[in-house]
Design a protein around this ligand. Structure first.
Ligand code: SF4
Length: 468
């Protein structure tokens, strides 16, 4: 097959003449996203149906980013389970977890092996209840997360949808606290600090809200006086049950268009209005979010956010001469890349390559819509890996890279700064506290980008500028 001479990636042809298979994927394993969602639910323990190595890998990845302990149970397949099915392992595993953790909920996700042998989770659940019903003291939500079918973001969104589908209780069967508008916010995979900021914004608009998931405390909590097997915090189960009686749902993720999500389920089943937005990264996408909150709450944006926006615009003028026409490579999960690209275009940076390992087939269209000033010649690549980014990077002559810590080796080889964003950030502390969203998040990113460029100029200068 010939290498494409356009900027597009076609599913039926290799992305480069050297391409043989995915090398160092620019995405992560599907149940990883589901496990993070389940740790964002109060008293919930993630449970992987499959091999133990999957839970070990996912724990390692999440712990190295969040710097918090995290338990993920496993049904621990062995050779026999792979041939005859893992029903007895599942039953034994669930009973052990219920006894040892006393969780409020078990979030059970499948792994590649369980999916490959065709494990039917509803059937396993039925068998468990039939045989051990008296001992099953907590609800179990199941989700199918074969990693060869998707990315960590697919697992993340599928787990949110499974929670709502399997736990939402019909309107009128639970009390509503007062007359203030109640909304659901499905934020996607953002940082713990982003989640805290979103809750602050919603509260400032006077909106009673359910944020699902909410791992802002479970994955970025305080020190304990006593060991907690399951860290406190997370979306309460009662709030998930009540999602179906909200006034509206907001769902972040432009690439979710055309898919079935928690928001579309609530809209179709319970008539809860759905508002789909891009991640509020940068000015235009944040403006859309704040405008929607103003509409839903019937209030103007609080003065503190108007001032944050004003200071951000002022700083863009201050730093324009440093950022203008700088060239960036941006990579990571699809909606993060879309948000960051939109922001980079706003500040005068040229994103020369926008790459993702995702393959929603919405990426290019959604990215061009969110960043209409992205030059036509900028490369937009989906289903891309780090080896391919590394092949292209030298000829693109970027001034900086922006994305997860997995791009560090490429940035190092080019001797340009890496602005760390998204997940994972394994070579710094504070990855869970990176703020991406809102005017405040844009301000932090802008300062980091401009200062990284100034630092590079100083470091590579033969004379050294003390005043730039
Ligand atoms: S086998 Fe599949 S589910 Fe398990 S760690 Fe690998 S990609 Fe993830």
């Amino acid at each position: 097959m010939l290498k494409s001479d356009t900027n597009e990636v076609h599913a039926d042809e290799p992305r480069s003449k050297h391409f043989t298979s995915t090398r160092n994927a620019c995405n992560l394993c599907t149940p990883l996203g589901a496990c993070l969602v389940f740790r964002g639910v109060e008293g919930c323990i993630p449970f992987l149906h499959g091999s133990q190595g999957c839970s070990t890998y996912i724990r390692r990845y999440l712990i190295s980013h969040f710097r918090e302990p995290m338990d993920i149970a496993s049904s621990n397949f062995h050779e026999e389970s792979a041939i005859f099915g893992g029903s007895s392992n599942f039953q034994q595993g669930v009973l052990n977890v219920l006894r040892q953790y006393q969780p409020q909920l078990i979030g059970a996700a499948t792994t590649c092996l369980a999916e490959t042998i065709g494990e039917d989770m509803p059937r396993l659940l039925h068998d468990l209840r039939e045989k051990h019903g008296d001992h099953v003291t907590a609800p179990i939500v199941t989700v199918s997360t074969a990693s060869y079918r998707g990315t960590h973001m697919d697992g993340f969104h599928a787990a949110v949808k499974a929670l709502v589908e399997q736990m939402a209780v019909a309107r009128g069967e639970h009390p509503t606290s007062n007359d203030a508008p109640r909304i659901n916010l499905f934020p996607g995979m953002v940082s713990a600090n982003d989640l805290r900021h979103l809750k602050e914004i919603l509260s400032d608009f006077g909106l009673i809200h359910t944020l699902l998931p909410d791992y802002s405390e479970t994955m970025d909590g305080e020190t304990w006086s006593q060991y907690e097997k399951l860290q406190s915090g997370g979306t309460p189960l009662a709030a998930i049950a009540a999602t179906c009686s909200a006034e509206a749902s907001i769902e972040f993720g432009r690439t979710l268009a055309g898919t079935t999500t928690a928001g579309t389920f609530l809209a179709e089943t319970f008539n809860v209005g759905r508002h789909s937005l891009g991640l509020p990264i940068g000015i235009r996408e944040s403006d859309a979010f704040f405008a929607l909150l103003a509409e839903l709450s019937g209030r103007e944006a609080p003065v503190k956010y108007q001032r944050e926006r004003g200071r951000l615009v002022d700083s863009l003028i201050d730093g324009h001469k440093y950022a203008f026409e700088k060239r960036a490579i941006v990579y990571g999960e699809e909606d993060l890349v879309i948000g960051l690209t939109s922001f980079l275009c706003e500040i005068g940076v040229i994103p020369v390559l926008c790459a993702t390992g995702g393959h929603s087939k919405q990426f290019k269209k959604a990215l061009r819509e969110a960043a209409p000033s992205l030059p036509a010649e900028s490369l937009v690549k989906e289903r891309f890996d780090f080896a391919e980014i590394a092949e292209l990077a030298p000829s693109l002559k970027p001034d900086f890279l922006i994305g997860s810590s997995k791009g560090y080796q490429i940035a190092r080889s080019l001797n340009v700064p890496l602005i760390r964003a998204g997940f994972p950030i394994h070579d710094r502390i504070g990855g869970q506290r990176v703020l991406h969203l809102g005017y405040r998040g844009a301000q932090e990113f802008y300062d980091r980008i401009v200062n990284a460029l100034l630092e590079l100029k100083q470091d590579t200068s033969t004379v050294g500028y003390a005043y730039l």
